[in-house]
Design a protein around this ligand. Sequence first.
Ligand code: GAF
Length: 377
Amino acid sequence: MAQRRLAGEDRRPAAGGRPVTWSAPGRVNLIGEHVDYAQGLCLPFALAERTVVEASVRPDGRFVARSDAERGATDLPLDDVGPGSPAGWAGYAAGVLWALREAGHGVGGMDLTVTATVPLGAGLSSSAALECAVAVAADDLFGLGLDRTDLARACVRAENEVVGAATGGMDQAASLLCTAGHALLLDTRDGAARQVPFAPADDGLAVLVIDTRVRHHLADGRYGARRSAVEEAAAALGLPSLRDAAPDDLRGLDADLLARARHVVTEIARVREVVDLLDDGRLRDVGPLLDASHASLAGDYEVSCAELDLAVEVARAAGALGARMTGGGFGGSAIALVPLTSVDAVTDAVRTAFARAGLATPDVRAAEPSAGAHRDA
Ligand code: GAF
């Protein structure tokens, strides 16, 4: 499906021409969970699993999309794309074109065929991967010349306004800005990003991703309720966000808001500690911070579930240096930092524990810090 890139062809519209492909990765977040809508710090890295879009311009101004995961095509005039339309997975893709047009960019109809290796609903950002692949395709096909921050903004608007999921911006930034061999230190207050060298295998380690196969849906109420609580806590404290709140500042909040706010404040502090350790070449020492993150997400933030807790607990008992849920939670995936010598033992222990509990077999695989969105060669 991928075709060779010709020199100087990057921004040439392909109207009537042969289709080419763009792709964008899913991500795991090493730490900094549920803080991106509180102007916090996150530390995601891109997965090798990607969503590929074969795309071309449609001179008739229609948006037509097919996916290998669905029967049939979505086909509507681009003028009919907007909040709630089209419904379902195509809204993430069409929504990007809508957001680019809303921002005043000259985007027309597009034909898309989507093939994904990012598992859907696994908390690994399959939605952002689709949005970002479409964004880089549109940028190239319509010669927009936008930078990645502008593209990320359009992807977030697609998700917030067309799909109606009130997510923050971490996943889109990760999919567009991550580079191979690095984690991305993302400051969601001002969008500043720094590439932090991250190559677990060089330290004899692996980051295992354990997909519990419990599927979540971020457009449901629980994610939005957490976001509202965090905004309410900041307002009660008279702050624009919880970014600069200290644990002592939270006194006076009622018990529920206090717990939610305490997660955000402590999680941002943990990101700083992990980055300091990585900068010092001490990846082995981040395990306890991953554990503390999980405890905070499960206890104070209540976004874990029995299957994620089981994966984390069993991975640690079998030799992981630390483990936590990753992504939005309520299902999806956990990560475990594991010595290479213990990868098989941890994998087997998790699978066995799930089987004993009568649960579906989790998918367990090592994550390789990979490249962000690009046009395929
Ligand atoms: C989901 C959201 F899309 C992100 O914006 C982020 O809030 C994450 O959950 C939790 O850290 O992936």
